[in-house]
Design a protein around this ligand. Structure first.
Ligand SMILES: CC(=O)N[C@@H](CCC[C@H](N)C(=O)O)C(=O)O
Length: 373
């Protein structure tokens, strides 16, 4: 087994939620401290890490970003290295992203190139978002790169395939939390209460009409309610209910429109169910918009490699706070095929680890080429 597959397995065992990546950060720092230090400079930022490799005669800085957090999902695999943090799982591949970053970093510590390289280990991608505050940190201002690259595992593509496109790759996202407060009461006397379970069910159904009836069909949007909670016991009418979800839109205009419609529908629920409602949009993520020139150049570069198959994909309704970095720094993100029968955010996600060494070798050759030219 390659060194970076065992690193991935070690990281897979210790998934931590956003801004709680303490063990993960320590693991990465411990590994980085074993490397030759002459050209390395390492700084921490909250639970994240910046690692700079000083180039031989730098003309620019090339950055590579890997996210670090896991998800609050109970792993349902029987692999020997499954999560030891009950209830948390690396179900979005960030364990892959980090081990690949360490592999590329290790390569360049041993084989420095002309340009400076900056490795960014970023916390809290799944929420509340580490990219924006990290971008505004003093270290980032001091080491601001000239270009930036990141990847995301893609269960639907075979190992050896990468997929990307110029321009828009991932959607604009906004979290969505709606709290409803009515009047609880005895299950036998519904006329004396305002039932928030019924209000919540009606609200979920009405929210689905927004995408169907208010968004331009040629401009995609998604509203997903991933979690509903409410009530206390089977024979008590619920006084409170909470909906937790996410909004995805391809355009900024549609995001605005969707929010206006959510607010109007929620006002209607307040009137119809004689309750109070509050809406919280949580964290927002900027769309991932790939630099046209750099993406095209990368795709052309990768096409020349015999063991890489390049696909020009469609945009996806996934979100990524890497979009904030791309809004400021030219660069791109690409999908890395890992061929799992279960998708991202699934408790049985089983990415093929052969993708790790393939990604390290692709990135090492691309960055060597880019950082010497
Ligand atoms: C690649 C990926 O799966 N990203 C997450 C980002 C979540 C953003 C935020 N918590 C939200 O739900 O809006 C995704 O769910 O797309």
């Amino acid at each position: 087994m390659s060194q970076f597959v065992s690193i991935r397995r070690a990281l897979h065992k210790i998934p931590e939620l956003g801004f709680q990546e303490f063990k993960t950060q320590q693991y990465l720092l411990d590994y980085i401290s074993t490397l030759p230090q002459e050209r390395l400079e390492v700084k921490t930022w909250r639970t994240g890490i910046f690692a700079k490799i000083h180039g031989l005669q730098p003309t620019k800085t090339i950055a590579y970003r890997a996210d670090m957090d896991g998800l609050p999902i109970k792993e349902d695999t029987d692999v020997s290295y499954r999560s030891e943090h009950e209830g948390n799982m690396h179900a979005c591949g960030h364990d892959f992203h980090m081990s690949i970053a360490l592999g590329v970093l290790t390569h360049f510590v041993h084989h420095p190139i002309r340009d400076d390289l900056l490795f960014i280990f970023q916390p809290a991608e799944e929420g509340p978002g580490g990219a924006l505050p990290m971008l505004e940190s003093d270290t980032m201002k001091q080491w601001m790169p000239d270009m930036i690259v990141a990847l995301h595992i893609a269960p639907e593509y075979p190992v050896g395939t990468i997929a990307t496109k110029e321009g828009l790759l991932f959607a604009n996202t906004s979290e969505l939390f709606i709290d409803l407060k009515g009047k609880g009461g005895h299950a036998a006397f519904p006329h004396l209460a305002n039932d928030m379970v019924v209000a919540a069910c009606s609200l979920v159904t009405q929210l689905q009409s927004i995408v169907a009836r208010n968004v331009d069909p040629l401009d995609s949007a998604v509203i997903t309610i991933g979690k509903i909670s409410g009530g206390t016991v089977q024979n008590v009418i619920a006084e409170r209910a909470r909906l937790e979800g996410t909004i995805r839109t391809l355009s900024v205009e549609s995001m605005q429109k969707v929010k206006e419609r959510i607010e109007a529908i929620v006002k209607g629920i307040e009137i119809a169910y004689q309750c109070e409602a509050t809406i919280d949009y949580g964290s927002l993520y900027h769309q991932v918009y790939n630099d046209e020139t750099l993406t095209k150049e990368f795709m052309n570069f990768a096409k020349q490699l015999s063991d890489v198959h390049v696909v020009r994909c469609k945009e996806a309704m996934t979100g990524e706070d890497f979009g904030y970095m791309l809004a400021k720094i030219p660069g791109f993100m690409f999908w890395l095929g890992v061929d799992s029968p279960y998708g991202l955010h699934h408790a049985k996600l089983a990415p093929d680890e052969r993708a790790i060494d393939k990604a390290i070798s692709l990135l090492a050759s691309y960055i060597s080429w880019k950082g010497n030219n």
